[in-house]
Structures are given as structure tokens and as C-alpha cells.
Design a binder for this molecule. Structure first.
Ligand code: SAM
Length: 219
């Protein structure tokens, strides 16, 4: 079976034989992929809404995996059972991911988290740092005109610098081609915006200059 490059990258962060809960599963394809590719044996797929969960159910049935994937209609980690070892939250905004985690901080202490925020990535890193969690791996990929960051997080303490919060502590060390591409293109975009802004947009200008200065140090 084929899944998006983004979800494939998320799947590559899952260790063998973990019991996975995929929060906000939508179509359920990530869980199906993990089992079909023998990365894990079983797990849970949850969604807040009935529509997406129904589509997950149809796909799970199509692949004959009813006995391996338990579907849950659930908000965040509400119905998570104790046997879960890895929680995946992918394809949502960073703020929503932080909110889901902050609602159940006591439940995630001994779990591995695999997070793929679509937006507000630095805010999520800041949340991680401020809640006794630590990023132990990160990847960045490019698909259909978007850059996506994926991170593996466990319990732990780490003080991140403002650059590490902005770029990602491990992405900054790896400095992959895609990573450099992302910030080269953001740099160009910000310079372009700056040339078009007049003095009326002083606050916006200051914000953009801050971004430019941050990126300049690392390019
Ligand atoms: C954009 S889809 C992402 C689907 C999939 N995880 C992926 O990465 O392709 C987001 C899904 O999260 C679900 N969702 C949003 N808030 C949620 C919450 N608090 N708890 C569980 N699911 C949630 C939505 O219903 C939707 O199906």
C-alpha cells in the first residue's frame, strides 16, 4: 500500500512492536501501514469526529485488520489504555497538539510521542521544553509544496536556545538539504515582503526583520 511521504516519514519514527495510539487518525491509513509493514502488531486509532472514524473503520475492514486496530471515538487521550507505548499525533496545528498533550500530561510520562505539527512548530517545541519533555529525534521532509517537521519526544529536561526552538535542536545539527532549502526559501520570501512594506507596517516589519536575522545566522 502507498501512503503520503509525510505519513511514511512519521511511520519511520515508530520502533518495532510498540503499541501505538494514532490520535486524530482520520482515514486510518497510518495504522494500517504500520501493521501491513510489520512495524507493529496492533494498536489503536482514535478520532474526535464520527465521519473520519467511519472512514478509518471502512479502511481497516478493507485490509482485514479489525482484530489488530481498535477504533476509538475520543477527544485526545481521553480513552487511551495503559498498554499504549507510543502516541502519534500528526497532521494538526502545533497549538492543538500542545492542547491535547496538556490536557493529559500525567498520562504521557512513560510514553514515546511522535508529533508532526502542520503549523506553529516553534510553539510546540516551546511547550515540550516547558513540560519536562525532550526532543530526541527530528526530521524534515518536503511534499506537495509544504515542509513538514516530525519529532520524537520522551520524558526529560532540556533547555533549548531561542534558535533551537525556532529551527529544531536536532534539525539544526543535521542541517539536511531540505532544511537548508526551507530556510533559504523563507529568507527570500521575507526579504521580498520587507521590500513591499512601507513605514505604516512598522510592527509587521519588525517581526519580519527578526525572522530574517534569525535565519541569516544559520545560512
Ligand atoms: C487533518 S486530519 C490528520 C489526519 C492524520 N493524522 C494525518 O496526519 O494524515 C486531523 C484529524 O484530527 C481529528 N481531531 C481534531 N482534534 C482532535 C482531538 N482533540 N482528538 C482526536 N482527534 C482530533 C480531526 O477530526 C481529523 O480527522
Amino acid at each position: 500500500m502507498r501512503i503520503s511521504k509525510r505519513l511514511e516519514a512519521v511511520a519511520s519514527f515508530v520502533s518495532n512492536n510498540e503499541v501505538v495510539l494514532d490520535v486524530g487518525t482520520d482515514h486510518g491509513l497510518l495504522m494500517i501501514y504500520l501493521i501491513k509493514n510489520k512495524i507493529i502488531e496492533r494498536g489503536y486509532a482514535s478520532d474526535l469526529r464520527e465521519g473520519p472514524l467511519k472512514s478509518a473503520q471502512q479502511n481497516v475492514e478493507l485490509f482485514g485488520l479489525n482484530n489488530k486496530i481498535q477504533l476509538l471515538l475520543s477527544d485526545g487521550l481521553n480513552k487511551m489504555s495503559d498498554d499504549v507505548t507510543t502516541i502519534i499525533i500528526a497532521g494538526m496545528g502545533g497549538e492543538l497538539i500542545s492542547k491535547i498533550l496538556s490536557n493529559d500530561l500525567d498520562k504521557i510520562k512513560d510514553k514515546t510521542l511522535i508529533l508532526q505539527p502542520n503549523t506553529q512548530v516553534p510553539n510546540l517545541r516551546e511547550f515540550i521544553m516547558n513540560n519536562n519533555l525532550k526532543i530526541i529525534d527530528e526530521e524534515i521532509i518536503f511534499e506537495d509544496g509544504h515542509y513538514y517537521e516530525i519529532m520524537k519526544v520522551v520524558k526529560g529536561q532540556e533547555k533549548l536556545s531561542k534558535e533551537e526552538i525556532y529551527f529544531g535542536p536536532i534539525l539544526l545539527k543535521k542541517k539536511s538539504e531540505i532544511f537548508i532549502q526551507k530556510y533559504e526559501s523563507e529568507y527570500k520570501k521575507y526579504i521580498n515582503i520587507l521590500t513591499k512594506l512601507d513605514d505604516k507596517h512598522d510592527t509587521r516589519k519588525k517581526k519580519i526583520i527578526k525572522h530574517i536575522k534569525m535565519i541569516e545566522v544559520f545560512l
